[in-house]
Ligand binder design. Structure first.
Ligand code: FAD
Ligand code: NAD
Length: 466
């Protein structure tokens, strides 16, 4: 029987990064993956394919709507080849997942293709072409998550779909009904809106992206409405029915009135659930909590001391970079080091256009905690860079402690917000004040000048360009 210092179950961004770090630290490491490609949700059916489609559809929209303003004329109509767009996405995925295989080889990590399940706390059964057992001193559970649904919805994967099917549709929906105005709904909704679908979003809460700062929700809602998204917040979906090639969704609005939506596709994007099906955690003595997540302590150690868990299968934000941080963290804990993760500084991004990015506390959280804070906000449209590229929507909002000026939260809607948020993460990691940022040179013309201006507004209410 093969023996390892560490066995990692699941090869998503949590699992494969954990395996690499374990190998770097000199541990004999194996990784077990049930699918034929490595990389998990993120690389196969999540972050990477969704961004590939967002980029393609963004180009299409630019060619169709904005090239003319730039003086670029296309003789005839701009046409979309959906099959080619989906094939390009798949090529990006294939290249990226192959890259993980290369990294496993480079780091001498043994890859087992098969389904892993616990026999006991130190033995894992692997079922693939054949079934066999390996022994591991330590195991890292990195089995990720699957799309969640509502009890009365039957996902048929043809017309009533999850994000996985939405990444490979064979036709452009005429009317895509999206249940859930969170990250997946808005990102994939924008893909199909740009290429011609009518898109209706049905959200249970009173605003889209409800976990982010309310100012971001409001601004994104405004911009998406301009893009002709049909937004239905405060709507409680009560039935989803497929009738031939149509889908009928019924919901109650705020006043309790029934509203009927008729479309040809319905994307269910109401969150994801931790995935531990078939893992047989009980055999190892690992406990799950009431949400089905693997329960862990502050060292990400489960109820069994040599078994750890990371990523979407445990509590916290379901984000690839959070899973990666936890992968490194656990590897270093096993190696006897004392790593640290500041969960407050894990940024969140929505890759719509304009992008939405956020780190630290929201205004709502600061109010609830009774923190005395001040706000510095600067609109993107006041930047020369924004006018040059015609990306005028959005703003940067900096929340700082009223007494100490320490930055407590940064919230951005705007072009390239996803990349800009890194400056805020660095600043907050070093506990910078708003004044610190306001005194640093920001290249001109860039979108990041809005961060400096918002910092000036937060410090002494003296932005320079508004
Ligand atoms: P996963 O990536 O889910 O990987 C778990 C792996 O474990 C899977 O490959 C699974 O097959 C395998 N597995 C499970 N059980 C077993 C078993 N018993 N034996 C063997 N193998 C097993 N996050 C971002 O940060 N940025 C984004 O832009 C982003 N976009 C997304 C877009 C979409 C459409 C979706 C669905 C998600 C997106 N996410 C994004 C979330 C991100 O994909 C997840 O947070 C991330 O993949 C979690 O990583 P993980 O390693 O915990 O689990
Ligand atoms: P989400 O939690 O972002 O959004 C789900 C939305 O559905 C919420 O707004 C919620 O209020 C709403 N909802 C829940 N029940 C509902 C109901 N009965 N009727 C109507 N609306 C309802 O989840 P998601 O968009 O499915 O994404 C899943 C996970 O994947 C998220 O946790 C996210 O972190 C991750 N993800 C991240 C990215 C990114 O980082 N850019 C992209 C896609 C997915």
């Amino acid at each position: 029987m093969s023996q390892y210092d560490v066995a990692v179950i699941g090869s998503g961004p949590g699992g494969y990064v954990a395996a690499i770090r374990c190998a770097q630290l000199g541990m004999k490491t194996a990784i077990i993956e049930k699918y034929s490609t490595l990389g998990g949700t993120c690389l196969n059916v999540g972050c990477i394919p969704s961004k590939a489609l967002l980029d393609s559809s963004h180009h299409y929209e630019s060619a169709e709507k904005h090239f003319e303003d730039h003086g670029i004329e296309i003789p005839g109509d701009v046409k979309l080849n959906l099959k080619k767009m989906i094939a390009r996405k798949q090529a990006v995925v294939d290249q990226t997942t192959a890259g993980i295989e290369f990294l496993m080889k480079k780091n001498n990590i043994k890859v087992y293709s098969g389904f892993g399940s616990f026999k006991d706390a130190t033995h894992i059964m692997i079922s693939g072409d054949e079934t066999f057992e390996i022994e591991a001193k330590n195991t890292i559970i990195a089995t990720g998550s699957k799309p969640a649904t509502l009890p009365f919805i039957e996902i048929d994967k043809e017309r009533i779909i999850t994000s996985t099917e939405a990444l490979k549709l064979k036709e452009i929906p005429k009317h895509l009904i999206i249940i859930g105005g969170g990250v997946i709904g808005l990102e994939l909704g924008q893909v199909y809106r740009r290429i011609g679908a009518e898109v209706s979003v049905i959200e249970y809460m009173d605003r889209i992206i409800p976990t982010m700062d309310a100012g971001l929700s409001k601004e994104l809602n405004k911009v998406l409405k301009k893009q002709k998204f049909k937004m239905n917040v405060s709507h409680k979906v009560k039935s989803v029915e497929r009738v031939g090639d149509k889908v009928i969704v019924k919901a109650d609005n705020k006043k309790g009135e029934e509203v009927t939506f008729k479309g040809d596709y319905c994307l269910v994007s109401v969150g994801r659930r931790p995935f531990t099906d078939g893992l047989n955690v009980e055999a190892a003595g690992v406990k799950l909590n009431e949400k089905g997540q693997v329960e862990v302590n502050e060292h990400l150690q489960t109820s069994v001391s040599n078994i750890y868990a990371i990523g979407d299968v445990i509590k916290g934000a379901m984000l690839a970079h959070k899973a990666e941080e936890e992968g490194v963290f656990v590897a270093e804990i096993i190696a006897g080091q004392k790593p640290h993760i500041d969960y407050n500084l894990i940024p969140g991004v929505v890759y719509t256009w304009p992008e939405v990015a956020s780190v630290g506390k929201t205004e709502e959280q600061l109010k609830e905690a009774g923190v005395d804070y001040k706000v510095g906000q600067f609109p993107m449209r006041a930047l020369g860079r924004s006018r040059a590229s015609m990306d005028l929507d959005g703003f940067v909002k900096i929340l700082a402690d009223k007494t100490t000026d320490e930055i407590l939260g940064v919230h951005i809607v705007g072009a390239r917000a996803a990349d800009m948020i890194a400056e805020a993460v660095v600043a907050m990691e070093y506990r910078a004040s708003a004044e610190d940022i306001s005194r640093m040179s920001h290249a001109h013309p860039t979108f990041t000048e809005a961060i400096k201006e918002a910092a000036l507004a937060a410090t002494e209410n003296r932005p320079l360009h508004i």
